[in-house]
Structure formats: C-alpha cells, structure tokens
Design a protein around this ligand. Structure first.
Ligand SMILES: C[S@@+](CC[C@H](N)C(=O)[O-])C[C@H]1O[C@@H](n2cnc3c(N)ncnc32)[C@H](O)[C@@H]1O
Length: 263
C-alpha cells in the first residue's frame, strides 16, 4: 500500500473532535474563564460588524476561536493562521463540517510577508486568543502595523491574552500570576505544566500525527521564547501608532484582557 494511503487510513480512524476537545480542556485548565472571554469578543463583533463578515484569527491553533465564531455568526467566514503543524492538522481534520467557512493557513505571523502568505485583500475583523505573548515586542509592533493595513476602515481588532501590567504596577502583576498559578494547580495539581505536557505527549504518541509531530519538533527546535512579553502600554501605543482610532480594554480578569481597537 502506498505511504499516503496508510496516513489517510490512520486519519479516518481518529476522532478529531476528541482531539479538539482535549486541546480546549487543557487550555481551559489554565484559563477557567476562556469561554466568557470568547463571548466578550463576540459581543463586541456583534455591535460593530454586519452579519456576513470576514475574520482573521492570528495564531489560532486548532481553530477553537474560529469554530465558536462561526457557530455564533452563521454568515461569517474565518481564516485561521498558525505555524504549529500538529494544531493545524487537528484544526483541519476536525473542521471538515465547516467547509470553506473555516480555512487554515500555515504561516509564521511575525513574517514581514505575512499579508502575501494570507492571500487576503481585506478583512473586517482580526482576532487572537492566548497567543500574541509569544511575540517579542518589535514583532508585535510590526504585526499590528500590518493588521492596520489589512483591516478595512471601521473594522476591528480584538486581542485576548494575558497582557502584563507595566513595572510600575508590579504588585498587580504578582497578584495576577499567583491567581493564575492557583487555577493551574486546581486543574492539574502541583505540577502545573502537566496539562500542557500531557496533551503534547498524547499527540506524539498518535500515529496519525506522527509526520506533523516530527515537523513540529523540527520547526520548534530553535524557537527562542526568552523575550519579555509586551506590556499593556506597549500594545495600546502600538495599536494607536498603526492607525487604530479607538483603542480600549473591553474585558479584563486581572492581567487577562481583551483589547479592542477600531480601525
Ligand atoms: C496557547 S496557543 C493558543 C491557540 C488558540 N489561539 C487558542 O486560543 O486555543 C498559542 C498559539 O500561538 C501559535 N503561535 C505562536 N507564535 C506564532 C507565530 N509566530 N506564528 C504563528 N503562530 C504562532 C502557537 O503555534 C499556538 O498555536
């Protein structure tokens, strides 16, 4: 049997919805209010956009946000971009019911040629959840600049993430981190990274994900995440500088926030 046929056979055997659920479960362990945060983002979209909008989800992983968005807005479409081949595979395989409404793009969102790779002329909404803290400050600033170009006037950017308080508010940051640690211990026990680790160990052990796991290991081998995460003031200033008129935190739980910026 050709190798491709074996891979395709493995794929049909797998319960991809269950993989999507596993991803959501471990993310929710770290972020117990994750669903409320998605809802807050969608409430903002409902206020500012018509029903048939086009959204871009930056670093969308397996498409958790996209699936929820399309359920809430049946006339919308979404492009979800990420550079993790395992999460892209889970996203693609678990979203076949959505057809073209949810499209996955394999790309590094910090690349200068991101707009060319996306192949989108214009979008109505740019969204992101639990992801942009992966970017160093200079890459975040450049990304916001590119999104200011891609979004149509009147469109909206919503970034949901743990966005640190600045140094002058360090006491609040300590509180936020202590609270986050309590949530993770409640979900996973004293070894707080076990939820994340268990997901990735299971993915490595899944034969249908063997090829994409190998590709992930190759891509992530030299990934440098030693940078300081961009603080709130930097996000707000970078968005203003990128041409966004109204920039505000519209939802917040300690340092977990949704920033909204209208183009
Ligand atoms: C914690 S996950 C969140 C995924 C998804 N947004 C969610 O809320 O479930 C962070 C995601 O950011 C992606 N990511 C980080 N840096 C990226 C980059 N430079 N380009 C594309 N994706 C990136 C990772 O691959 C991962 O899928």
């Amino acid at each position: 049997m050709p190798e491709n046929a074996v891979v395709s056979d493995e794929r049909t055997r797998v319960d991809w919805t269950e993989w999507q659920r596993r991803w959501d479960d471990q993310q929710t362990g770290y972020l117990p209010h994750r669903e409320a945060r998605f809802e807050a983002m969608f409430d903002v979209l409902a206020e500012v956009l018509p029903e048939d909008f086009v959204a871009l989800d930056l670093a969308g992983g397996p498409g958790s946000l996209g699936r929820r968005l399309l359920a809430r807005f049946p006339a919308a479409t979404c492009v979800s971009v990420d550079f993790d081949p395992v999460l892209l595979e889970i996203g693609r395989q678990s979203s076949t019911d959505l057809g073209d409404r949810l499209r996955f793009v394999d790309a590094d969102i910090s690349r200068p040629d991101l707009l060319d790779l996306l192949g989108l002329d214009q979008v109505d909404a740019v969204l992101s959840s639990t992801a942009l803290h992966w970017l160093p400050p200079h890459a975040l600033v450049a990304l916001y600049g590119r999104m200011g170009t891609l979004l149509r006037p009147g469109g909206i950017l919503l970034n949901a993430d743990n966005i640190p308080f600045g140094r002058e508010r360090g006491r609040f940051q300590e509180m936020a981190e202590a609270r986050r640690a309590r949530h993770a211990v409640a979900a996973f026990g004293a070894d707080m990274v076990s939820g994340w680790r268990a997901f990735w160990e299971a993915a490595e052990a899944e034969p249908a994900l063997a090829a994409v796991s190998a590709e992930r290991n190759r891509r992530f081998a030299d990934l440098d995440r030693s940078h300081a995460e961009p603080i709130l003031a930097l996000h707000l200033a970078a968005l203003s500088d990128a041409g966004f008129g109204a920039v505000e935190v519209v939802w917040q739980e300690f340092d977990d926030r949704v920033i909204a910026a209208i183009r």
